[in-house]
Design a protein around this ligand. Structure first.
Ligand SMILES: [Fe+2]
Length: 199
């Protein structure tokens, strides 16, 4: 099996009250598992067997839609679990990253507003992102499983705006979910780690 479901880096109830145990039981144990299972089935017999996850995502984009959807969602979710932590969020960012957000994105408050607007403005399922592209930070949004990798960028933070990510806890209030994500869940140390690797 090429794709395997990673364990959550915390207990299912560790992100409460901002993300419930029930949401993580469905989102991680069922939805992410389905991307892993379907991805493994769709990978069999293709030219992508034996390649790295990143190469499968980039190589299948626009060529093998079914495989891309599942491989990209496996990639996105594997990062998404690590982009959150108990008692995360807030505005105390590691210094280098904070400085870069000031330089490229007009400050942390503007970044927060633009990131939330990207998530709220994604019509239907998708993701909002903070990425490094050509040495600069950028905020973007993508539909479905698409991600910045296929647009020549390195994602350093992403938030899942598929309804399965928030409907149990926030019903249709996606902006409230996005606010809770930034204020209480983001693991900025991990974002900084990816930022350093991408820079
Ligand atoms: Fe998801």
């Amino acid at each position: 099996m090429t794709f395997t479901l990673p364990d959550l880096p915390y207990a299912h109830d560790a992100l409460q009250p901002y993300m419930s145990k029930e949401t993580l039981e469905y989102h991680h144990d069922k939805h992410h598992q389905a991307y892993v299972t379907n991805g493994n089935n769709l990978l069999k017999g293709t030219e992508f067997e034996g390649k790295s996850l990143e190469d499968i995502v980039k190589g299948s984009f626009g060529k093998n839609q079914g495989l891309f959807n599942n491989a990209a969602q496996h990639y996105n979710h594997t990062l998404f679990w690590k982009w959150m932590k108990p008692n995360g969020g807030g505005s105390k960012l590691p210094g280098k990253l904070a400085k870069k957000i000031d330089e490229d994105l007009g400050g942390f408050e503007k970044f927060k507003a633009d990131f939330a607007a990207a998530g709220a403005g994604q019509f239907g399922s998708g993701w909002a992102w903070l990425s490094v592209k050509n040495g600069k930070l950028e905020v973007s949004k993508t539909p479905n499983g698409e991600n910045p990798l296929v647009h020549g960028a390195s994602p350093i933070l992403g938030v899942d705006v598929w309804e399965h990510s928030y409907y149990i806890d926030y019903r249709n209030r996606r902006p409230d979910y996005l606010k809770a994500f930034v204020d209480h869940l983001v693991n900025w140390e991990y974002v900084e780690e990816l930022f350093s690797k991408a820079s």
